[in-house]
Design a protein around this ligand. Structure first.
Ligand code: ADP
Length: 435
């Protein structure tokens, strides 16, 4: 038991004894005890009142003098207040330090509330987005009005960052990376990626220009090689050499064509032209080409596509993506195996699947398969004459059409490459005709 409490008990006992003695002396024991109790309660009420007054003004006044339990209560409250003040100071220092660190960052940070209004931002974000103090509390869309940003926020899929031109300075490129936290608030990281963007642009231009410049000399060389190869009185070793030169020339031409196609897809930021492309005739053409490619290997290619289905997109790009998938199925399947092209639509969109019974791909390769020049097996690659760019082209075409590529494969069993188009891209043929 603490000292204040035992002093209070002693005080009550002494008062009660005094009341008993006084009551016995005056002959009114009960009334004296009641009067003593009432006095004690009045004293207690007075102490509570003092405590209340002091709590209301505790910043200005020292705690009132008190003894017994009330002395302890006042002391404990003072101790608690001191601890609270120390803790508050420590937290303020932490917040200040956090603010200093975020101000020193070169990347912008914004906190958005659940409605998308700006709650707080650091100085880099203020500088990059030209924000002023009074902009706090306003919707972020007032400052970043780009339709792709609005679409990105509405979609709520923040796995990949979003690169956009700065809303204020045309040649500055900003990258937005959003993370959700708390009850649906968002943390937006804004980075100036102008330098990276320029380097990437230079790389794309370089690949495009070099491929373009190589085309003409290669055509000339191939022309001469073909003419030389046709000459009748060439010695046998020369004929073999010229044949190989011709083959390598064909390979280089397809490599350059693929590089040019990829560079065109990468450099053109605009979405693909949205015209209805009826799928069945397009896929029939691809099937005929694939049968010609298969030749003596006699693959059985089936096509299962409803007549009326059409996709909004660019016919040339779609042709290139689908033919890459079907030709790969031919290239990587043993002779006589079945290859099927299946198209189906549902309430979510349209799926175009190319399945084969080929050698399949080990699952470790699947995540990297659409990278440029990625090869599962370089010896197999040399045999098929592939460029290693086919699936990269497919990926880019699908991105430009808002679609995704899904790859399922089992070693020794075969593979299925599925292009998944969103419902907004799907049109019925009768609608397509009217469009
Ligand atoms: P390539 O020009 O070599 O075919 P791609 O980008 O089209 O380049 O394909 C990348 C790699 O993926 C290929 O080298 C091949 O190893 C593998 N691949 C693609 N399609 C298939 C398939 N249908 N079956 C097995 N492997 C495949």
């Amino acid at each position: 038991m603490n000292r204040g409490f035992s002093a209070e008990i002693r005080r009550i006992i002494v008062c009660t004894l005094l009341c008993v003695v006084f009551g016995l002396m005056n002959g009114y024991l009960t009334w004296t005890l009641i009067a003593g109790g009432a006095l004690y309660m009045a004293w207690m009420l007075w102490q509570i009142h003092r405590l209340d007054v002091w709590l209301q003004n505790s910043r200005r006044f020292q705690p009132p003098d008190a003894s017994g339990i009330w002395g302890d209560i006042f002391d404990n409250i003072v101790r608690l207040q001191k601890r609270q003040r120390r803790e508050k100071k420590r937290l303020q220092a932490v917040v200040k330090r956090g603010q200093e660190i975020t101000s020193a960052l070169r990347d912008g940070i914004l906190l958005l509330d659940t409605q998308g209004n700006i709650e707080w931002y650091n100085s880099a974000a203020g500088h990059l987005l030209h924000l002023r103090h009074q902009d706090q509390g306003n919707p972020i869309f007032n400052y970043i009005r780009h339709p792709l940003f609005i679409q990105y926020m509405d979609k709520g899929d923040f796995k990949e960052p979003l690169d956009l031109p700065s809303p204020h300075t045309g040649d500055v490129r900003l990258q937005y990376q959003i993370t959700r936290f708390g009850q649906g608030e968002c943390l937006v990281l804004v980075r100036d990626v102008t330098r990276l963007h320029k380097l990437e642009q230079m790389r794309k231009d370089f690949v495009g220009n070099v491929s373009h410049e190589l085309r003409t000399p290669l055509t000339v060389i191939r022309g001469y090689v073909e003419t030389l190869a046709m000459s009748p009185d060439l010695p046998a070793p020369w004929q073999r050499a010229l044949q190989q030169m011709e083959q390598q020339g064909v390979r280089m031409t397809s490599l350059i064509n693929d590089l040019l196609a990829l560079s065109k897809l990468e450099t053109d930021d605009r979405q693909s032209a949205h015209k209805p492309v009826v799928l069945k005739p397009l896929l029939q053409r691809i099937r005929s080409d694939a049968e010609a490619l298969s030749g003596d290997h006699q693959h059985v290619i089936t096509l299962n596509c409803p007549d009326h289905l059409a996709l909004l997109g660019n016919e040339q790009e779609l042709h290139s993506a689908f033919s890459n998938l079907v030709f790969n199925a031919v290239k990587y399947s043993p002779d006589g195996k079945q290859i099927s092209i299946d198209v189906e639509s549902n309430s979510l969109g349209l799926n175009l699947a190319v399945s084969d019974e080929g050698e399949g791909i080990d699952s470790v390769h699947l995540p990297r398969l659409t990278e440029r020049f990625y090869r599962v097996d370089s010896s197999r690659h040399a045999q098929t004459g592939g460029t290693g760019l086919g699936l990269a082209i497919v990926k880019h075409v699908l991105i430009r059409h808002g679609a995704k590529l899904d790859i399922q494969s089992k070693l020794g069993k075969g593979s299925t490459f599925t292009c998944m188009f969103p419902i907004q891209s799907v049109v019925e043929q009768k609608d397509a005709a009217s469009a």
